[in-house]
Design a protein around this ligand. Structure first.
Ligand code: SF4
Length: 443
């Protein structure tokens, strides 16, 4: 599972360089492309394919000077530079640059309607629709907030976004608040997908409320334009967000510790040691150990210097790939009954290789514990989840999965346990329970 994007926007001195630092802090949300748009007597955008430092090399940032900037990191399995963001959109004689995190559920329907009216789309990404919808309404009503209200009514799905145009920035979070968005004011005003990307600039940071819109020009104005029941993505807490981020008043690390504790409360297995799949299972494994009293140790070591690897063409090379990324600490594992904690199982293939690796290293028993309920359904709100037939839990029982990964036992956190651990109402859990928030599809 992959987060699709991270966004940033700011009005401050040295905005492009600060955008660069913030994008580095958001790199975990997208590694395929990066870009920054600035405003200085007009729009200027620089973007490229690759990691943030690969894109902004050779003094490119030195040629970008402005106090207004928006930035983006993107993960995507399709499209090239044309689809990378920031995306410049022209419509009705006006131009803006946009960054967007999320997915629009009525994109195809609306695109066809706009095309029938003569609007031209230049890319195949849904984000372009946000720009066209906003500009077409703005040119009609001549007011940014009124135009955004019409976008909220028209465009369904998940979108945390920033538009740069006419020496202004407009920032908005969709009315259900699927994807996170934080902001704060200090020596300027800053917005980012996660609060952890703003910690270097600010001491006080809060969430942009779902349905809230900011307009940053000579003054800063914000309005709450639409109230709906919220649907915050529970997987931000389970896996995507950085542990040092705060979301809806909850620290991500603390919620993961609590997921591990709750998992231990629901469990009764006897074991000698708790280990984590690094880094994704570490916080929950620590929580499990705290609650159960079974000692936590580093039983698997991750090679941090591999970077992105190619898709290996054969089974043998794929196994070598996993061995290169992770290696077991024999001293911790040999002759032990091991509890192995991770945050999720998607296809089951990686977990199968890790269990085998632990058994080869001498583990007496391997009990797999997962700090989320089984993922059974696809996501239409901005997360790249494999199709239903690739999701092992959508067609295999827990007992069947246990057998296929070769574990001695397997247990997932319950839905109720997860809700308790996160501790906030209004969560989207559609990929776990199949209940999709109604307004996101209210066409
Ligand atoms: S379906 Fe799952 S991954 Fe998608 S927004 Fe909802 S909780 Fe997040």
């Amino acid at each position: 599972m992959r987060e699709k994007c991270g966004i940033f926007a700011a009005k401050t001195e040295n905005a492009p360089k600060k955008a660069y630092y913030a994008l580095l802090a958001l790199q975990h949300r997208g590694q395929e492309s990066a870009g920054i748009s600035i405003w200085k007597r007009g729009m200027k955008t620089y973007k490229g394919l690759g990691l943030v430092p690969e894109v902004f090399k050779n003094g490119i940032l030195d040629s970008m000077d402005s106090n207004l900037a928006i930035g983006h990191v993107r993960y995507s399995t399709f499209g090239g530079l044309n689809e990378a963001q920031p995306l410049e959109v022209e419509c009705c004689g006006k131009k803006l640059s946009l960054v967007h995190n999320g997915t629009l559920t009525n994109y195809m329907l609306l695109r066809r309607e706009y095309e029938k009216k003569g609007f031209k789309f230049r890319t195949s990404v849904d984000s372009e629709l946000l720009g066209i919808s906003f500009l077409s309404h703005y040119m009609e009503v001549k007011d940014e907030f009124e135009a955004m209200k019409l976008v909220f009514k028209e465009v369904k799905g998940a979108y945390s976004l920033a538009f740069l145009f006419d020496g202004k920035i407009l920032v908005a979070r969709d009315p259900l608040g699927f994807r996170p968005l934080s902001y704060g004011e200090g020596d300027g005003i800053y917005f980012a997908s996660e609060s952890s990307a703003l910690l270097m600039f600010l001491s006080e940071i809060r969430d942009v409320k779902p349905g809230e819109v900011f307009l940053i020009g000579d003054e800063v104005e914000s309005r709450l334009l639409m109230r709906k029941p919220h649907a915050h993505c529970v997987f931000e807490y389970i896996y995507f967000a950085r542990p040092d981020s705060m979301m809806e008043g909850r620290n991500v690390y603390r919620t993961r510790i609590e997921m591990g504790r709750q998992l231990a409360r629901e469990d009764n297995v006897e074991a000698d040691v708790v280990i984590a799949v690094p880094d994704s299972g570490r916080s929950a494994a620590i929580g499990y150990s705290m609650e159960s009293g079974i000692p936590y140790e580093e039983g698997l070591i991750k090679n941090r210097y591999i970077g992105r690897t190619f898709i290996m063409p054969s089974q043998e090379l794929r196994s070598l790939n996993v061995k290169l990324k992770l290696s077991p600490v024999g001293e911790v594992i040999k002759d032990k009954r091991v509890i192995l904690v991770d945050d999720s199982i998607v296809r089951g293939t990686t977990m199968k290789r890790i269990v085998l690796m632990l058994k080869d290293a001498g583990a007496k028993e391997v009990h797999v514990r997962i700090s989320s309920p089984p993922i059974k359904h696809p996501c239409y709100m901005g997360i790249d989840i494999p199709s239903r037939h690739e999701l092992i839990a959508s067609w295999k029982s827990v007992e069947m999965i246990k057998k296929s990964i070769g574990a001695d036992s397997l247990r997932y956190l319950s839905i109720e346990g997860l809700k308790k651990a996160v501790g906030i109402e209004d969560l989207c859990m559609a990929c776990l329970n199949g209940v999709y928030p109604e307004y996101a599809f209210d066409l």
